[in-house]
Design a protein around this ligand. Sequence first.
Ligand code: PHE
Length: 447
Amino acid sequence: MKIARFSRIGFILAAAGSAVGLGNIWKFPYIAGQNGGGAFVFVYLITVFMIGFSVMLAEMLIGYLGRRDSVGSFEELAPRHKSLWKYGGFMSITGLVIMIFYSLVIGWIFHFIVLSFGPLPSSVSVAKETFDALIAADIGTQLFYHTAVFMIVTAVVARGIKGGIEKLNMILMPVLFGIVGVMFLYATTLSGFGSAWHFMFTPDWSKLTSDSLVTAVGHAFFTLSLGMASILTYAASLPKGSNLVKSSLIVIALDTAIALLAGLMLFTFLYEYGAEPSAGPGLVFISLPAVFYEMGALGNFFSLIFFVALASAGLTSAVSLVEPMVQYLIDRFGLSRFKASLFSGLFFYLLGIIALLSISTEYGKFFTFGSKSFFDWADFLTASVMLPMGGLLMALFVGHIIEKERVGALLKRELGAFYSLWYFTLRYIVPIALVIVMLNLVGVFTL
Ligand code: PHE
């Protein structure tokens, strides 16, 4: 099966497009807020640059050397007697499970783009009513936007790596960077900027709990799109002679920059207008619209461009969540790209409807298991369990299964003096850290 190739810049934008998503602009600011700011940001940055970089390079390497879909690439690289490793590639199912809730959230964003044209909520409590009404009772509106997201994502993926995914990223990523840049510059002129800076970068270690450590590691995987074969599948379409180290570093730098800029900008607005930084998942849907109201005429404009940026970030990640399964279905079962895209799309579309019902007041009780709704389970299981497990698998595969010489032949030249440090981190530090995090998660002990 011949896979269409990205251009070099197309790959960087697509991989950055995958990484920069709702995780950066919606999730990062609110979990940083909930976990006390500075200390959490510090742990997150260390995790991203140590564990994140090591695993990203490993994942890229599997795709780049394997040149196939996720399962096929593992199969291609595993030594003969270790062929069972090919099942490692099944992690691409994680992307579709993430899409179950990701698609709904992008749908909410579409709705908020439309709301930007009307009167904004005049207080946090009015904003909360608007948002709660959408989530808890307005099944029709959510279904409408969920369907729109399903159609857009499926249509783009069906057009393939070059004509669909690369093109989408070439258009939306500059839009996203432009908007975040403009809004950030505006934020620096406000007096709340100083407080936001202080909140994000002055660690208060007493606020750091073992839960926030687990959250930081889980989020590092989520935000960098690691552990589910998105990066692997994209890297399989890299042109020959690409520099994996440089590509990883650029993607990580862009991802981190957008998370920090978005965080600083949001907290500036919140401090400036006296709203709470620890508001939780409703931060951008509840606190922020009320802040936009306070800005007067400029507010509607900012609301519009902010939600357009958020939608762009979401869509470019969404296609990367679906593509691994599509590539797998094409490679393995010879499905046409259209059929493969449609099947994968229907999977998250139909289960997404259940997730949608699971957070509604009327049907919630039918789809709540334990203390979590189906929606929350999809989020929790993927970010805290499946992605770190996928990451662990890739670290072990590249660190211990593929022949040393093969890895060295490619990366020794690129990494130079840092090669041994990277290889050691991947072989020992990453697996140990991930196992500790997972044991902590299931409550075997607390850090
Ligand atoms: N990185 C994306 C975000 O931050 C989410 C994602 C996870 C995308 C895993 C692809 C794979 O929103």
